[in-house]
Design a protein around this ligand. Sequence first.
Ligand code: NAD
Ligand code: MG
Length: 344
Amino acid sequence: MPAKVYTDKDADMRVIAKKTLAVIGYGSQGHAHALNLKDSGCKVIIGLYPKSKSVETAKKHGFEVYSTAEAVQKADVIMVAVPDMVQPKVYEEDILPNLAPGKTLLFTHGLCIHFGLITPPEGVDVIMVAPKGPGHVVRTQYLEGKGVPALIAVQEGSSKGAKKLALAWAKGIGGTRAGVLQTTFKEECETDLFGEQAVLCGGASALVQCGFETLVEAGYQPEMAYFECLHELKLIVDLMIESGISGMRFSISETAEYGDVTRGPRVITPATKKSMQKILKEIQTGKFTKQWVKEYNSGYKEFNKLRKAGEKHPIEKVGKRLRSMMPWIPKKDLKGTQASYSAK
Ligand code: NAD
Ligand code: MG
């Protein structure tokens, strides 16, 4: 049976209408949930550490800002919207001591709960509302009357009302306008990590860089390589989003389509699938999370090296110049729409 898709009519905002909702952290997801819920008529407060740069931004956006501990005390529902690696410490120090039975903890990603970095006490409901898109898109889509599809999950041991609350929250951020699916913390966490590692972020970036390098190393102009391997990707992906892979193939030339079906499988080979399966195993066994926690605790030693190498890749230089010549490409300062990114 196909999975049930929840829409606006399945969610009742009255479930959260009289509750105080605290959003802890005012970054990518935090600011989007907070603003959308406020615009949907909910009472939202923000919890931050006193020196956070986000305090001013959140106040400017019309919120009451408290310390995390105070916000947790005041709230019925507490959204943990600080980076995953920061969550365990913020939880231990400021959230747990102020939790009480009947309160609800809400996550937008299952990592800390699923891999046991956070174990909430009995009597506290644990739910997830995870939009399938970056925070700033959650906000802009909402303002345009649209919504980003979202996942909800209810952790075992939560009360009967937990699912209704998750649906109401999803409605408040615009998720039910697009469609909401129910999942588990395990499924969301493992598929989300896999998607970003193998396809969306890791896979796509590596594919683009590899294509660019191949053309440039063969003596073609970097500008040409940039257009072919990066710029046009969006046009193709837009077609896929609108009408699937077959629909995209209908729009491209026959020559492009013949090249697609004969050469694609030579780029992404059975060996690539084997690598993907290995990556998935590392996620499922917790190996990836363990490595990430270690990296975080070591102060991003390896991570920063890899980040810098990515920033120095020749595709960035040529891309910067070409983008500046295309004024219609929105030059969004994403960081300016919310707070500064703490870890970046
Ligand atoms: P972020 O990095 O954008 O922002 C986190 C915010 O947390 C900062 O702006 C700051 O206000 C606060 N913060 C940082 N360090 C802190 C500390 N030591 N103590 C207290 N507060 C601190 O975070 P994010 O990307 O929105 O991630 C939040 C959660 O949302 C994570 O669980 C993540 O997996 C999930 N998520 C994010 C996205 C996304 O679009 N970025 C998408 C889906 C799920
Ligand atoms: Mg993700």
